[in-house]
Design a protein around this ligand. Structure first.
Ligand code: DAH
Length: 337
């Protein structure tokens, strides 16, 4: 029996040491319930009382040896596997990183910020007004009483009879003059609303930037000079402005202002529809009634105001021919700017 045990040990250790051995299979074969060692132990009943402990001890030693060899081999295999993995999955930390995809500002925001920067550079500050506005600020205080025809072109969305979504940023003029006494030099960017059907040049929501300067002795000359500086900074040194007489209820005199086409320089092209000029804003001298409505004495102070459409400028500057593209949030479109 002792020889049998020694043989089991030898065989088992050899099997374990063999390259590519199935260790679990070996464990079951020698140490399992139906394994060789167990079979030997079962036969111990036939031994004498003196032999039994001696053989028992040897059997235990054999079991311990096999378990130890198995344990070491398992550990060794695991280490080998890890080593192999480490070698195969080597990480080269000097390898250039995968570029992460960065978004950027929306073209409308870019244009708005450019315009803001230019006016900040001229000493203007930026103020904001509410998009849900009183009829008073959006119309009445701006010299547009009920039933005034100017309301037709600025039909908007009503919350109640006298609360609406502002149709222009001009109400911020009134809110500013109510709070702040001259000198005033502000611009006010923001969303405005009109109940217009969506097409390539209309949207019920769009963006304007309002400007207002009020002080003693402000003239139309100041307006022209300031707007010219603005246009040259935004569109380039060659940009020229053209003032066309117009009517706005809250300015007198009023003008619509065109810039020489920044694509063809005024010769006529697709962008300016062969006009050579592109309309960019409305402007004028603040109407005395508006000043009075805000508690500013028109005999002491005068001012100018202007309002420009951000979409219009963005579309012309980037050559975008359909306004809807600006709101669809298609990354393939937005990526280009
Ligand atoms: N609020 C006008 C509009 O939406 C634009 C405008 C014209 C603003 C003349 C002004 C201005 O401040 O003086 O059509």
């Amino acid at each position: 029996m002792k020889e049998k045990l020694q043989k089991i040990r030898e065989e088992a250790l050899l099997a374990i040491a063999t390259e590519g051995a199935d260790l679990e299979q070996i464990r079951i074969h020698y140490l399992g319930k139906k394994g060789e060692l167990t079979a030997v132990l079962r036969g111990m009943g036939a031994l004498t009382a003196e032999e039994r402990p001696v053989v028992g001890q040897i059997a235990n030693e054999v079991r311990a040896d096999i378990e130890k060899a198995l344990g070491e081999k398992v550990k060794e295999e695991k280490e080998k596997l890890l080593q192999k993995k480490l070698e195969e999955e080597k990480i080269d930390v000097t390898f250039p990183a995968k570029a992460s995809r960065m978004g950027h500002l929306h073209p409308l925001t870019q244009i708005q910020r450019n315009i803001e920067d230019i006016f900040i550079g001229m000493g203007f500050s930026i103020v904001e007004g509410p998009e849900v506005e009183y009829d008073y600020y959006n119309f009445q205080a701006l010299n547009i009483p009920e039933n005034h025809p100017a309301r037709d072109t600025q039909d908007t969305f009503y919350i109640t009879d006298n609360i609406l979504l502002r149709s222009q940023t001009s109400p911020v003029q009134v809110r500013t003059m109510e709070k702040q006494k001259p000198p005033i030099r502000i611009i006010s960017p923001g969303r405005v609303y009109r109940s217009d059907a969506v097409d390539s040049t209309h949207s019920p929501l769009f963006h304007q930037i309002e400007g207002l300067v009020v002080d003693k002795g402000i003239t139309m000359g100041d307006l022209k000079g300031m707007l010219e500086t603005f246009a040259k900074t935004l569109f380039g040194e060659d940009a020229r402005l053209r003032f066309r007489p117009h009517h706005f209820p809250f300015t007198e005199p009023s003008a619509e202002v065109d810039v020489s086409c920044f694509v063809c320089g005024g010769k006529g092209c697709r962008v300016c529809k062969n006009e050579g000029w592109i309309e960019i804003l409305g402007a004028g001298m603040v109407h005395p009634f508006v000043l009075e409505n805000c508690g500013i004495d028109p005999n002491v102070y005068s001012g100018f105001a202007f309002g420009l459409g951000v979409e219009r400028i963005a579309m012309k500057q980037y050559g975008i021919d359909d306004m809807r593209l600006l709101y669809e949030n298609d990354v393939r479109f937005l990526d280009q700017f």
